[in-house]
Design a protein around this ligand. Structure first.
Ligand code: SAM
Length: 273
């Protein structure tokens, strides 16, 4: 499988796990009915459809992403859901958006800008250019998880070598961590800046989709063994986190886990341009 398709598959597998929480977050935003929003770095367009639901029948959301294969999947999903007239997908780089100044009512981006760390400034600047004065910018990202109940220390040790984060963490300062996003929002001149964290949880009995999503997540977080993982911890990971293992943690009748998403939001000032 090529890189784009394996990325696509990971995003598809995450849908059952994330959807209830994303719906809750979007409902809490009270997006203006009939508005036109932008989903920056939309991936397979899953949040794009949820956002379109949030703005109602007269609204419209454009999903924008670098990778054509992901956008093609989004177009197909929109057709199947009967959302083709409510969403548009466009390809490009969110650092250079193909819109005039002040043309979009609000912008959202999930698990993309500043995730898990990085300089948000150039992205915020470009989003602020296209969003109308008074419009909101929402930047959301996965911020924590507790997935191995009863194995706190093992989970902490696995997280400490988390292969998914290592490429991003090396050589970058703490000020670029996603949870410090408020700094970039304020520096950019956004107003009414706020941060909120939302919790998603899962409990046994798990649906096949959630179970599959958790296996995919285990693999993404810890499945690329790092040199510092001890043989004991690797063995425990394989016993607890692999499908088919007789000690798989997802078969524990009282299995319960949670994860969090953190949202930074702010409004484009009226004296922007
Ligand atoms: C982890 S995925 C998240 C996708 C989607 N937002 C979601 O929550 O399901 C990150 C996405 O950001 C896109 N992306 C990263 N940098 C980008 C850029 N500079 N311009 C456009 N898309 C970008 C990637 O192609 C990928 O689809």
């Amino acid at each position: 499988m090529d890189a784009a398709n394996s990325y696509l598959q990971k995003l598809v597998e995450s849908v059952p796990l994330r959807e209830p929480l994303l719906r809750k977050i979007i409902a809490s935003l009270n997006l203006p009915t009939g508005s036109h929003g932008l989903d920056a770095g939309c991936g397979i367009g899953h949040p794009t459809l949820l956002l379109a639901d949030g703005v109602g029948l007269g609204g419209h959301v454009t999903g924008f992403d670098l990778i054509p294969e992901l956008l093609a999947y989004g177009i197909q999903q929109a057709e199947q859901a009967g959302f083709s007239s409510r969403v548009t997908f466009r390809q490009g780089d969110i650092r250079s958006l193909p819109w005039e100044d002040d043309t979009i009512d609000w912008a959202w981006s999930a698990d993309c800008i500043g995730y898990p760390l990085g300089d948000m400034a150039p992205f915020l600047q470009e989003l602020m250019r296209v969003v109308k004065p008074g419009g909101s910018i929402y930047i959301l990202a996965w911020s924590s998880q507790q997935l191995l109940p009863g194995y706190l220390l093992l989970e902490a040790r696995l997280n400490a070598t988390c292969s998914a984060y290592i490429p991003y963490l090396t050589g970058k300062g703490p000020e670029l961590t996603f949870l410090r996003g408020m700094r970039a929002f304020r520096h950019a001149g956004l107003e009414a800046v706020e941060a909120h964290t939302y919790v998603g949880d899962v409990q046994a009995p798990l649906s096949p989709g959630v179970r599959n999503g958790l296996f995919s997540l285990f693999n993404m977080l810890w499945g690329q063994r790092q040199p510092e993982v001890t043989p004991e911890d690797w063995n425990a990971y394989q016993r607890l986190c692999l499908p088919g293992s007789p000690e798989c943690i997802l078969d524990v009748p009282e299995y319960y886990a949670f994860f969090t998403y953190t949202l930074f939001q702010g409004k484009v000032p009226h004296n922007m341009h």
